[in-house]
Design a protein around this ligand. Structure first.
Ligand code: HEM
Length: 543
């Protein structure tokens, strides 16, 4: 076996830290006539397949050719691509401490610092313990009402559009705005009001998001090159937007610290949120931990949640409306459930429990359009992954990895008719004896939960990841998406705006394969539409 260079050994470029080590190992393996250390096939194909903004679709094609895992090379850089639930379970849960966020952490560090997503394992351990209790039951129940409040401007805007002559609405943008308003108010008690207005702070949030996405698609960290931040106009603009956002967050943190009420965890978890003037997560973190939390750490945590909790939910709302418009029978059933359970009221937590079909729609949307479609890891210590439905492999230290959730969610060995939108599939058990070590899908395992999770599917369904670094906002997101859909679908009907057909009038059913489609798909951190979700809006006729 190749001797592996240790971090900081002579010869390793300090500027790129771990990346230099990975790069060297990869160059030696691929071009230096050394055998591949992991025993995986090398995927070869057109780079164009993955460079057009739909990388996850290209990775699915390679998966069909090479199985799991395979190795993908971009010039001297390579990634191991894992597309199997047993292997994903191993990396995310069983051998979790042997992996970190690798490239993702390097990309996101300038934006999120040591926030939970990019945090190194040591920082993560401390922060995760402090943040998880903030998502307690009393807060989540209260938030359902707050989500309803944040949806009112959206309902009003759609009403105005439905009464206008052309009835046109680009729904992806509307869902992004409502999700931003929700995250602002619930995480740090800030009213963006983005459904109805634009502001420099809102623009700064979008600039940070666009830059984070751009960086995640850029192989070389050009922003680390000396003076680049001063000389490149795009980076100058980004840094000034980031400063603006950081200043707003600093102000909110200072204010929360000055008005801190000392309480213990138990008292905080029993709080009557209806009587609290600032019910935000920031308030909870400050009240619980006090003035001893470093402002920079708090800011990193808030920025992480702002970015992680905003576009993801907007994307699931967008694709849910897209699929419901294509499947009127599912829409009718959802609307009948909403009429029966909620009617014209603002939904409550108990209502959400009863809106089971609507929650299945959200779950099925996340199966077809996982946000993000790929998880990123880097191996910290040489590690063997089990075969599952693929092949065993030795992952060398420093190897970068994609866990292709999109591939797992759309594999017929785990999900029969995988490309079919079928919310009721989550009510039917499924097993496959051909996959050693996979327990199958068992609907009884999520009976008391809000959505069919990774445990019920033994890691074949990973909308919020799994293991120690699973999403902390999973229930928040499901509640938010359910409230928003319940309020919108109760009041409006939608149809695709035919002005947005391409010249050849390609069918909506071609969408996953086509990049020139009027809706189309493209990725950054999440799956966006390529051209917006352009709809015609009509008020619903209610008896
Ligand atoms: C992590 C998905 C909403 C905060 C994750 C991960 C996934 C995910 C897949 C795991 C990443 C990994 O293992 O590399 C989603 C989806 C959402 C959503 C699909 C909406 C539909 C939210 C919300 C928040 C949030 C609303 C906060 C309010 C986080 C944080 C992490 C995370 C802080 C990092 C957890 C850790 O490393 O300990 N999310 N998320 N997410 N998410 Fe979410």
């Amino acid at each position: 076996k190749l001797p592996i260079m240790k971090r900081g050994e002579p010869g390793e470029a300090i500027i790129f830290g771990d990346s230099a080590h990975v790069l060297r190992t990869n160059i030696e393996q691929i071009y230096g006539d050394y055998p591949s250390l992991d025993g995986c096939p090398l995927a070869e194909g057109e780079l164009g397949d993955i460079a057009d903004g739909t990388m996850f679709i290209g990775l699915q094609q390679y998966y069909k050719n090479y199985g799991s895992p395979y190795k993908l090379c971009f010039g001297p850089k390579s990634f191991l691509v894992v597309s199997d639930p047993v292997q994903a379970r191993h990396v995310l849960r069983e051998a979790n401490t042997d992996y970190d966020k690798g490239v993702l952490a390097e990309i996101l560090e300038p934006i999120m610092g040591k926030g939970l997503i990019p945090a190194d394992p040591e920082t993560w351990k401390v922060r995760r313990k402090q943040i998880v209790p903030a998502f307690h039951q009393a807060w989540l129940s209260y938030l359902v009402g707050l989500f309803g409040y944040c949806n009112e401007p959206l309902i009003k805007s759609l009403n105005d559009i439905a009464e206008s002559k052309d009835r046109k609405a680009e729904m992806e943008t509307y869902f992004c705005s409502v999700a931003l308003d929700i995250i602002g108010l619930s995480i740090f008690n800030y009213e963006f009001g983005s459904v109805t207005q634009e502001s420099p702070v809102i623009k700064a949030v979008y600039s940070a998001l666009v830059e984070a996405e751009h960086r995640s698609m850029t192989p070389a960290p050009y922003w680390d090159i000396p003076l680049a931040n001063q000389l490149v106009p795009r980076l100058r603009k980004f840094n000034s937007d980031l400063n603006l956002l950081n200043n707003v967050l600093d102000e909110l943190i200072d204010r929360a610290k000055q008005t801190r009420q000392v309480e213990d965890l138990e008292e905080l978890e029993q709080r009557n949120y209806e009587q609290v003037s600032d019910p935000s997560l920031l308030r909870f973190l400050v009240d619980m931990r006090g003035a001893d939390i470093d402002n920079k750490q708090l800011r990193d945590d808030l920025m992480t949640m702002l970015i992680a909790g905003h576009e993801t939910t907007a994307a699931v709302l967008t694709w849910a409306l897209f699929e419901l418009t294509r499947h009127p029978e599912c829409l009718k059933e959802a609307q009948a459930e909403i009429d029966r359970v909620v009617g014209d009221r603002t939904p409550t937590y108990d209502d959400i429990n009863q809106l089971k079909y609507l929650r299945l729609i959200i779950a099925e949307t996340l199966r077809l359009y996982p946000e993000p479609p790929l998880l990123i890891r880097r191996c910290r210590t040489e590690n063997n992954i089990p075969a599952g439905g693929g092949r065993e492999a030795t992952v060398i230290r420093g190897m970068d990895m994609f866990i292709a959730i999109y591939n797992i969610h759309r594999d017929e060995r785990f999900w029969p008719n995988p490309d079919q939108f079928d919310p009721m599939r989550f009510t039917r058990p499924y097993s496959n004896p051909d996959i050693p070590g996979w327990a199958g899908y068992d609907p009884t395992k999520w009976e008391n939960k809000l959505y069919p999770n990774e445990i019920a599917s033994d890691f074949a369904y990973l909308p919020f990841g799994g293991g120690a670094r699973k999403c902390v906002g999973d229930e928040f997101a499901v509640l938010e998406a359910t409230v928003t859909l319940a309020m919108v679908l109760r009041r409006f009907e939608f149809e695709f705006d035919s002005d947005y057909q391409t010249a050849d009038k390609c069918s909506i059913n071609d969408m996953p394969k086509r990049t020139d489609h009027p809706v189309g798909m493209r990725t950054g951190a999440t799956i966006h539409t390529r051209n917006g979700l352009h709809m015609l809006v009509k008020k619903r006729l209610l008896e």
